[in-house]
Design a protein. Structure first.
Length: 214
């Protein structure tokens, strides 16, 4: 399995490098992540590993989920995430922040901040119309039709809900690892608000190279 952990975004801060440079970092509480299920091609049609994250109580779980956890021999967890890839772990294994090391390059996937309803200028970076000589087209969308379709085609960029979508920030460098507190300090920003749950995986291009693809 490619290296992966489920983490919680704690916030951003900055640290100082040995040469005095200031490095902006995001602090992630990475794990511990118990392996709840291992899927194989023979049984499930594909290879994958199901990871858990976050403590919870049995009374907050449904009976099917409780049975799933008991079959794996792991305590109930709040979040379940699946990582595609070949099997390299066993059910019941506990993955921690020390799975990664300083200098590793990772991809972080999460849900972006929700901004509610937004106009086309904020949502799609549209420009405004003229503001002089009595213009009434300062923040209007303009034409949304076409020459001869007599209707509005699908996919036209308009005002609507902004954010709350799956987003990935690629090729972030792990600056520091704190195994005792299960913390990863990743250079730069990651998707989502504080306390949001994200998935940290080894950078995709590194995985392809490791598998021999060019």
């Amino acid at each position: 399995m490619a290296k992966a952990l489920v983490a919680r975004k704690l916030g951003m801060t900055q640290i100082f490098a040995e040469d005095g440079r200031v490095i902006p970092v995001t602090v992630l509480e990475a794990g511990p992540c118990p392996v709840v299920q291992v899927k194989t091609v023979a049984r499930d049609g594909y290879d994958a590993v199901q990871l858990g994250f976050g403590e919870t109580t049995e009374r907050r779980q449904t009976r099917p989920r409780l049975g799933h956890f008991k079959a794996a021999g792991v305590p109930p967890v709040r979040h379940l995430c699946e990582v595609r890839g070949s099997v390299g772990v066993a059910v019941g294994d506990l993955l921690r922040a020390d799975l990664f090391a300083a200098g590793d390059v990772v991809d972080v996937r999460g849900t972006s901040k929700g901004k509610g309803f937004a106009g086309q200028h904020k949502r799609h970076n549209f420009g405004r119309g003229p503001v002089t000589h009595g213009s009434h087209n300062i923040r209007q969308a303009g034409s949304v039709g076409s020459v001869d379709a007599a209707r509005t085609l699908r996919g036209v960029r308009m005002a609507g809900h902004l954010g709350s979508q799956r987003a990935t920030v690629r090729r972030l460098t792990v600056v520091r690892v704190d195994p005792e507190r299960n913390l990863l300090l990743v250079r730069g920003a990651v998707p989502g608000a504080r306390q949001g749950v994200v998935m940290v995986t080894a950078a995709a291009d590194r995985i392809r190279l490791a598998r021999g693809h060019h």
